[in-house]
Design a protein around this ligand. Structure first.
Ligand code: BG6
Length: 468
């Protein structure tokens, strides 16, 4: 039996229910949980807009329509029946008095803060002031701070009024099915487990490419940049799962201990091993400074100084305005020795193991065969075909937060370590280099890798005829 600290929430309070995240992700996740009969509590939305409950329900429907969700009216009616709304200013203590009156003192609420990060601490402090945190959990979305110092400050303000297990740090990459699968694929398969170290792996490449630019998110993005937006969190979290040793038990801390060990073994990043790029035209975007040096692309080299990985270069790159939207992890294995029985003695490419996180999650093993000449052949698995349609990340994480399962949330010691790792790049950013949209970033990002082991064209799903 779960103790009270892990008991399911009996009320979900969403701060910022009229915002972008709720529109794009939360309503759909709630609807899908309702459809799977996994929701069993009322939902109270809180936001600054003066809105009737009917209007909130209309917004929920519009969010589902915009997400292309096929609405089953019975399911929607059940979801709508759970919704309630409280309007108010989250910086005004009156809102929290009204909230206390509305929900009483006998609840185990989950407060989900879909709010600008600067408001996390003030909201939580106001909740504490009204005595609304005793049996609560609080979920906050990344970014958790802006750098090492502000990350620590946020942590200490939250921890002044909440125990660690009352806080859930949401990084939606940790809710993605292929990222969750990493643990199973790596350790349940001897064929992979035996290859997964410096004896077999020559380099690790992780790419998170987005074809879209910054578009209407200029105000948010210009203060953040690619390193803070996706590397300090998503990519380093993925890297920890790629590199960690097997957890010793089933608990969330067993997993998070192993991830934390990876971060602790990583040196702080070296600005000389980092290329920052900005796509041409970025400074024309609304709310972006005309002389902005914010990076929309970053590529860097790092390492993990432990027994398993010492000496294996790890390259990460992330950017907007690139040719494709694709996120993948690629392990390049050592080359085989020359084959004395063949005239063209070596395959051109080393063996590779690729985990595609999106689109169309899957895994690929690239081998060499010899027809008339060396040819790459691929053993591919599409997870949708082999494992079925995955649960969406927010559906997964919202449910986990409701039932108090901490497994797929970032842990605060790891978040602090990741800020430590990226901090030198924030203190001494390398000069910005420009690239054209639709390319793979600045030239220098290509040049940072050895010529015989450069960035690989990511593994893309085959286009269907209608997509050509
Ligand atoms: C978010 C970033 O965390 O992740 C965005 O703030 C980015 O800038 C997004 O576009 C990418 O997520 P996904 O799931 O589409 O790869």
């Amino acid at each position: 039996m779960a103790d009270d600290g892990n008991a399911s929430a009996d009320l979900l309070v969403i701060f910022g229910i009229t915002g972008d995240l709720a529109h794009k992700m939360t309503f759909r996740a709630l609807y899908r949980l309702e459809r799977r009969e996994l929701l069993d509590c009322p939902i109270l939305g809180v936001a600054g807009d003066e809105l009737s409950l009917d209007k909130l329900v209309e917004r929920a429907r519009k969010a589902l329509d915009d997400a292309g969700e096929d609405i089953d009216e019975d399911v929607f009616e059940r979801l709508a029946g759970r919704l309630d709304y409280l309007h108010g200013d989250v910086t005004d203590s009156q809102l929290y008095r009204s909230l206390a009156e509305r929900i009483g003192s006998d609840r185990r609420p989950l407060y989900y803060l879909e709010m600008p990060p600067a408001l996390f601490a003030p909201i939580v402090e106001n909740l504490a002031e009204e005595g609304l945190l005793q049996r609560a959990r609080v979920a906050v979305e990344k970014p958790f701070g802006h750098d090492l110092e502000s990350g620590r400050e946020l942590k200490s303000r939250l921890r002044a009024v909440l125990a660690e297990d009352q806080i859930l740090l949401v990084d939606h990459y940790l809710g993605k099915q292929p990222v969750i699968e990493l643990e199973f694929l790596r350790f349940a398969n001897r064929s992979l487990a035996r290859l997964w170290d410096r004896d077999s792996v020559a380099a690790i490449h992780i790419t998170m490419a987005e074809d879209l630019g910054v578009e209407e998110r200029g105000e948010f993005y210009d203060a953040v940049g690619a390193l803070r937006d996706v590397v300090q969190n998503h990519l380093l979290q993925v890297l920890a799962l790629v590199a960690m040793d097997p957890p010793v038990g089933p608990g969330a801390d067993d997993l998070n201990d192993k991830k934390a060990e990876v971060f602790r073994a990583m040196p702080a990043l070296d600005p000389e091993q980092c290329v920052r790029g900005q796509y041409r035209g970025y400074t024309e975007i609304k709310d972006v400074a005309k002389d902005s040096t914010t990076e929309t692309f970053v590529a860097l080299c790092t390492e993990i100084d432990n027994w398993r990985w010492a000496g294996v270069p790890i390259y990460l790159r992330a950017g907007k305005g690139l040719p494709e939207k694709v996120t993948e992890v690629r392990l390049l294995l050592h080359r085989v020795p020359a084959l004395a029985f063949l005239p063209d003695r070596r395959p051109a490419e080393p063996n590779q193991i690729v985990l595609r996180i999106n689109p169309d999650p899957g895994m690929r093993l690239q081998l060499s065969a010899h027809g008339d000449t060396w040819t790459d052949i691929h053993l591919d698995s599409s997870f949708v075909e082999d494992l079925g349609e995955p649960v969406k990340p927010y559906e997964h994480l919202l449910h986990a937060a409701l039932i108090g399962d901490h497994q797929h949330f970032a842990r605060e010691d790891s978040v602090e370590e990741t800020w430590r790792i990226v901090q030198p790049l924030l203190d001494n950013p390398s000069e910005i280099q420009y690239y054209d949209r639709g390319t793979w970033g600045p030239e220098a990002a290509q040049a940072m890798l050895p010529s015989d082991c450069g960035w690989h064209q990511p593994w893309m799903p085959r286009k269907t005829d209608s997509e050509h």
